[in-house]
Design a binder for this molecule. Structure first.
Ligand SMILES: Nc1ncnc2c1ncn2[C@@H]1O[C@H](COP(=O)(O)OP(=O)(O)OP(=O)(O)O)[C@@H](O)[C@H]1O
Ligand SMILES: [Mg+2]
Length: 360
């Protein structure tokens, strides 16, 4: 897919801007706090219906302005599309795709695909399981919109079950309804688990190949799905959830299920989070991010948009070179604070105080 134009009105520090990237590599150069990440954030919002930096949408509206507009022109399988996002302080969020209003955010999933790589993505490798679950959920949602709907239903059922557990002290008679929620968690959870298992297996083989290419094949990166409830089917998942019920009743929360799953990242069988050096962690994160490009391509038939925010300076020459080769067929937006980056094929843009201009 291809981004043809992104027009922003009162979005963060952009009062009014129009950005038309090239199909290849687009280098976005600017000093700190000029609006480089804001530009990527707008595009990210068009893909996922939320910011990668904040859950408070109003922060995206320019100070003092009543609303903000993002208009994105893209091309997918040879057809032009238009997406309009309106964020208003009074009326919240409204999204239109090709002129039609979207009733639910889930309808946005899969319309546009993007992969963002920013320094904070090291958290996938460094932080706890919640970060990796978030990664899994986001990638699966943008590739399979059905997954997003399942996830929403599961989360709703989980919230209901947790609320029920908390209210049992005062209303013990409600305990009779617990099996309904156990069944819901098991049936929705089992479907989520199937998606996650297949995804992790594919991610593992792609990431391990990427990693070998980047690092010269000295170590092996593996991605393994570690479900919290290692069930064989829906009924054995139900059984495991029922087995945990005593503990749930004690702790007043759902202690077992896919909401506790883990995706283990190992280097030669050892957990990277615990034993990897900074450089090893960075290389693993890059290998995983690049695999997302391949996964999305093979599922949707098209390359997603790649956004690299401030990561080039952290990569050594060998990794930069590898990255450059890999992203050749992919429309890429790269932000950097230095004009010195030697990228002969890149189209260059300068961002200064909420304005973007072509430098060529
Ligand atoms: N809602 C808003 N309205 C107006 N300006 C905003 C808003 N939110 C953030 N800003 C401004 O946007 C600027 C930050 O932009 P951004 O994060 O895109 O910078 P950057 O170019 O990526 O910088 P760096 O190189 O430091 O990452 C800051 O000056 C900030 O004050
Ligand atoms: Mg930035």
């Amino acid at each position: 897919m291809l981004i043809k134009n992104l027009t922003l009105t009162n979005f963060r520090n952009y009062e009014s801007c129009s950005f038309s990237p090239e199909p290849g590599i687009n280098l976005i150069v600017g000093e700190n706090a000029q609006g480089k990440t804001n530009l990527l954030e707008a595009l990210f919002f068009c893909c996922f219906g939320r910011s990668h930096r904040t859950s408070r949408e109003k922060e995206l509206i320019a100070y003092e302005a009543p609303f903000s507009l993002i208009r994105l022109e893209s091309e997918r399988t040879g057809t032009d599309h238009e997406l309009i996002v309106r964020l208003s302080r009074e009326e919240g969020r409204k999204i239109k795709s090709d002129g039609l209003p979207l009733a639910r955010i889930g309808e946005l999933m899969g319309l546009l695909n993007c992969v963002l790589f920013a320094p904070e993505h090291l958290s996938i490798v460094k932080d706890g399981p919640a970060e990796r679950r978030r990664f899994l959920d986001m990638e699966l949602s943008q590739t399979y919109p059905a997954y997003f709907f399942l996830l929403q239903q599961y989360q709703r059922a989980l919230r209901q079950r947790n609320m029920l557990l908390k209210s049992l002290r005062e209303q013990p008679e409600l305990r009779a309804t617990l099996p309904v929620w156990n069944q819901q968690l098991a049936s929705l959870g089992w479907k989520l688990m199937r998606y996650r298992e297949v995804f992790c297996a594919r991610l593992s083989s792609l990431s391990s190949q990427n990693h070998a290419d980047i690092s010269g094949g000295r170590e092996q990166l593996t991605v393994q799905y570690h479900p919290d409830c290692p069930a064989q089917d829906e009924s054995s998942l139900l059984h495991l959830i029922e087995e945990g019920q005593q503990e749930d009743l004690r702790r007043l929360t759902s202690t077992h299920g896919p909401h506790r799953d883990e995706m283990a990242l190992n280097l030669d069988g050892r957990e990277i989070r615990a034993f990897g050096s900074q450089g090893q962690q960075r290389t693993a994160a890059l290998a995983i991010k690049l695999s997302e490009l391949d996964l999305i391509r093979s599922e949707t038939g098209e390359w997603p948009i790649l956004m690299l925010d401030d990561v080039m300076s952290e990569l050594d020459e060998r990794r930069q070179k590898y990255l450059l080769e890999r992203i050749l067929p992919v429309q890429t937006l790269v932000t950097t604070t230095t004009t010195g980056t030697d990228w002969p094929r890149a189209r260059r843009f300068e961002v200064f105080s909420g304005q973007i201009q072509s430098m060529d």
